[in-house]
Ligand binder design. Structure first.
Ligand SMILES: [Zn+2]
Ligand SMILES: [Zn+2]
Length: 340
């Protein structure tokens, strides 16, 4: 079978791999769509922390089951099912797994990151990591994981109806966070450096207010657009150190702060500022199996419109040529999808 391997930063190659053999408890999925995300761009540029080469990327996957190797575990999958793949392989034996926090398993292996992923014709995947839908298109199935990151972050913040939520970073993760904050009934204020991104998100109805960030975001900027209030929830989806350190100054007293983006370094804050506001700081990592199920139903019911997400696409054959163009800011890529 063919796969595309990232040999080293900046260099994709097609390779011929041995055909996948059936393994008990796993299904073989024929890959139909692969979403490209920030992690892939960082791996390509060579600045993704703890990343090793060569690696087959691809963790946002939509495909079709071609074989199932039973191991006695009950499931409702069958050959021909259209499926989304949950790419977080957890160990099932650590303290986090025992407690149900399988999204942050101590020994987590994310396919396409820690082990080879789905930028290939086929992938073998544990049956319990496969989520089917009779109604979603392959494009939509490949978007479920990205949306899951947003849903998990919003669940971490426990966003409630009527709350004012500030989302910093209007990339795909921020867009997902906005989607689910709106569904919870929050007033969403989006902040980003890109005016066109802010306009786009407001136009599709996923934000109520926008702030174009030119320097450091100040309390006054927020009070201006939030009728004199500060947000009770701030979700940072930038992964930018300066942005993240500044968020401690932007919250209402009693507020919750979620870091969905991350950077390599120390998060520091002035404790009296943290205490006087009685802030809650939360990290958000990956998402849970229930998030996959919920998102699939929301798309099936037409509650989530996936059209705005699908901004760019390429064939599998063309991917190595096209990949770099998706990094150009002028392209305004929301989500690029590879088609097989
Ligand atoms: Zn991703
Ligand atoms: Zn574990």
């Amino acid at each position: 079978m063919r796969a595309i391997i990232l040999k080293e930063p900046g260099q994709f190659d097609f390779i011929e791999q041995e055909d996948i053999k059936a393994e008990k408890g796993k299904a073989i999925v024929k890959i139909k769509r692969i979403g490209i995300c920030g992690t892939d761009y960082h791996a390509f540029k060579g600045d993704q922390p703890f990343f090793t080469y060569p690696r087959v990327l691809g963790h946002e996957l939509g495909g079709e089951i071609v074989s199932i190797s039973e191991n006695g575990i009950k499931h409702s999958l069958k050959i021909g099912d259209k499926v989304a793949i949950e790419p977080y392989l957890n160990c099932g034996a650590c303290q986090a797994c025992d407690a149900g926090h399988i999204n942050c398993c101590e020994n987590i292996q994310v396919i396409g990151v820690h082990s080879d992923g789905g930028m290939a014709e086929y992938i073998s995947i544990p049956i319990n990591k496969i989520h089917k839908s009779e109604r979603l298109s392959f494009d939509q199935l490949a978007l479920v994981e990205t949306l899951g990151i947003g849903l998990h972050a919003v669940n971490r913040a426990n966003v409630k109806s009527g709350e004012k939520v500030l989302i910093i970073g209007a990339g795909p993760i921020g867009l997902g966070v906005a989607q689910f904050s709106k569904l919870k009934g929050a007033t969403v204020c989006m902040a980003d450096i890109s005016k066109s991104r802010l306009d786009f998100i407001e136009k599709i109805g996923l934000s109520d207010k926008s702030i174009q960030v030119t320097g450091k975001l100040e309390e006054a900027d927020l009070k201006n657009v939030l009728d004199g209030d500060l947000p009770s929830v701030v979700i940072d989806a930038t992964g930018n150190k300066n942005s993240m350190l500044n968020t401690f100054n932007l919250l209402a007293h009693g507020g919750r702060l979620v870091f969905v983006g991350l950077f390599q370094g120390d998060v520091t804050f002035f404790d009296p500022n943290f205490h006087k506001r009685e802030l809650t700081l939360l990290a958000s990592r990956n998402c849970l199996p229930g998030d996959f199920k919920e998102i699939i139903s929301l798309i099936e019911e037409g509650v989530i419109d996936t059209n705005p997400w699908l901004s760019h696409r390429t064939s599998f054959e063309d991917m190595p040529n096209k990949f770099e163009t998706f990094l150009e800011p002028g392209q305004e890529v929301i989500k690029a999808i590879i088609e097989l």
